[in-house]
Design a protein around this ligand. Structure first.
Ligand code: TMO
Length: 330
């Protein structure tokens, strides 16, 4: 290679080197400013809204309480699985109701990586499971046993289900493992996922009005047990190994051959900088404690009484003043 060529080549490498350095420097600057934006200099408490009523109402009750003590609040429609990472990253400030059965795994994972401070466990205990209105016991003998349900599968069939029983599940983005469970327990059922929670309750109302057999995804606390009498299906009892060790349980080669836990937590957590960014909000959030009955009502006002969310929020606040007025005093 001639001297001139080598010189040119060196020059090229030099400028590439410069460009690379420039790119690194700019990304660093961008990263730093992005980090700052995330550290919530806005002074606004960002609260997520998901897709079921008790959450939507509860989030805005917490928001209203924050406003009473002078905080600013913004509600952000958020995916209920991604919200824990968003909270760890500071894009969301708090999650007021963390349901263990539905989202415990996502919460634990985001918390383990840092960025989240767990504040409390509510008095409310939670459960999520297959559920049917009581009259279904006359159509399918032996309920609430899952084995009895499996035997009656054809009674839960619809014209488009190929003779298989239909289980009405929640929206697809909820972590439920119902499909896996049906397979693991060799039940002749298929899951019909609804597009929204409203569609889930519409299915239930319709079946009840016609006294047709139905089994749907349900949970407590919720409005359903306030409005209708019914029961959860009794599956083989939950054990942690059921979700981690295929050899455990009735089916030696499958996970999820069991029901959901019968009592799970409902927690509240904040971004790790919440205390620093919102000291007044932090003092308030530590006082909050919802019972199962509190959450039942948040759902009931909207899903059973048909109230607008903002009206439901005000109704709950009006009816529970003695409770929350202690929370906002501190
Ligand atoms: C969290 N949820 C009760 C809707 O599954």
């Amino acid at each position: 290679m001639s001297f001139l060529n080598r010189f040119r080549l060196n020059n090229v490498w030099l400028s590439i080197d410069k460009i690379v350095r420039l790119i690194i420097a700019t990304s660093l600057i961008l990263l730093i400013s992005y980090g700052n934006a995330n550290a919530d200099k806005s002074g606004i408490i960002k609260i997520p809204l998901h897709n079921w009523s008790s959450q939507i109402v509860g989030a805005q009750i917490v928001g209203e309480l924050m406003k009473m003590i002078g905080e600013k609040v913004e509600y952000i429609r958020t995916d209920s699985k991604k919200v824990y990472q968003l909270m760890a990253d500071g894009d969301i400030d708090l999650v007021h109701a963390i349901w263990e059965p539905a989202f415990g795994e996502y919460y634990d994972k985001a918390k383990a990586a840092g960025g989240i401070e767990e504040i409390l466990t509510h008095e409310a205990i939670t459960r999520e499971e297959w559920w049917y209105p009581d009259y279904v016991e006359q159509i399918c003998e032996g309920l609430p046993s899952w084995k009895a349900l499996a035997k009656c599968s054809s009674k839960f069939a619809r014209t488009d289900s190929d003779g298989k029983g239909i289980f009405i599940g929640g929206p697809k983005n909820w972590l439920k493992h119902n499909v896996e469970r049906i397979e693991a327990l060799k039940m002749d059922f298929v899951v019909k996922h609804v597009s929204s929670v409203g569609a889930l309750w519409a299915e239930l109302d319709m079946a009840i009005s016609q006294k047709k057999p139905i089994v749907v995804y349900n949970w407590i606390p919720n409005f359903v047990s306030e409005k209708y009498s019914g029961k959860f299906i009794k599956f083989p009892s939950y054990d942690i190994r059921c979700t981690t060790d295929p050899s455990w349980g009735l089916n030696p080669s499958a996970l999820y051959d069991c029901g959901n836990p019968e009592s799970s937590y409902l927690k509240l957590a904040v971004n790790k900088d919440f205390e620093k960014n919102h000291p007044k909000g932090y003092a308030l959030i530590k006082q909050i404690n919802f019972t199962g009955q509190d959450i039942n009502k948040m759902a009931y006002y909207v899903d059973a009484l048909g109230l607008e969310v903002s009206i439901a929020v005000q109704k709950w606040l009006t009816e529970h003043k003695s409770k929350w007025s202690r929370w906002v005093q501190n």
